[in-house]
Design a protein around this ligand. Structure first.
Ligand SMILES: Cc1cc2nc3c(=O)[nH]c(=O)nc-3n(C[C@H](O)[C@H](O)[C@H](O)COP(=O)(O)O)c2cc1C
Length: 175
């Protein structure tokens, strides 16, 4: 794949009480999204969930779990990006209760990815990908979804070595 192809990094990253990290203004996935955007010279778009979550992690996780089972689909505060100018979309998100966060579901369910290449990447602490890349591939049948086995611990995403790992991962696609 050519680095010159036009890419956008669409990400969701929670700014609040994050597991093993504490209260943060910049979520773990935001670090990775920015590394990818810098390396790819890609645009960045942040999905913003307007839901008022409890401020402490444990009640927040339980609250989010209820929303997951209720299949809530919050609208993103800024809406969704126009994907027309882009060939490649990186979709970056945390694992929430072994799943994709609700606002990311809203994004994939309401976007036409025809003829796009989509590359998902998640962080977790530490449950792994939880089948979410394959879920995205199966759901977005109109796109070429590239499933890798790469993901990262959220705590690691905040460390300097994360940047090198991300660049190595991008190079594995030929970028
Ligand atoms: C509501 C919620 C649910 C979570 N559920 C899981 C989980 O099921 N498995 C896991 O490994 N980590 C889970 N985590 C941890 C996050 O996936 C991890 O901390 C991630 O790096 C957070 O990224 P962010 O700071 O960009 O939002 C959860 C975090 C939150 C806030």
């Amino acid at each position: 794949m050519k680095k010159e192809s036009k890419s956008i990094v669409v990400y969701f990253s929670y700014r609040g009480d994050t597991l093993n990290v504490g209260i943060v203004k910049k979520g773990n996935n935001e670090f990775l999204a920015k590394y990818i955007a810098d390396y790819m010279k890609a645009d960045l778009f942040s999905l913003e969930d307007p839901t008022q979550y409890p401020s402490k992690f444990a009640p927040m996780k339980a609250f989010a779990n209820n929303l997951k089972y209720a299949k809530k689909r919050p609208k993103s505060k800024k809406g969704f990006p126009d994907l027309n100018p882009y060939d490649t979309i990186f979709l970056i998100y945390p694992i929430w209760n072994d799943d994709i966060p609700m606002v990311v579901h809203t994004f994939i369910e309401n976007t036409d990815f025809t003829d796009k290449t989509l590359i998902p990447l998640c962080t977790h602490e530490p449950s792994g990908i939880c089948g979410t890349y394959q879920y995205i591939k199966d759901f977005i049948v109109e796109a070429k979804v590239i499933v890798t086995d790469f993901s990262m611990l959220g705590t690691k995403a905040r460390k300097p070595e994360a940047k090198q790992e991300i660049e190595k991962w991008l190079k594995s696609f030929g970028y």
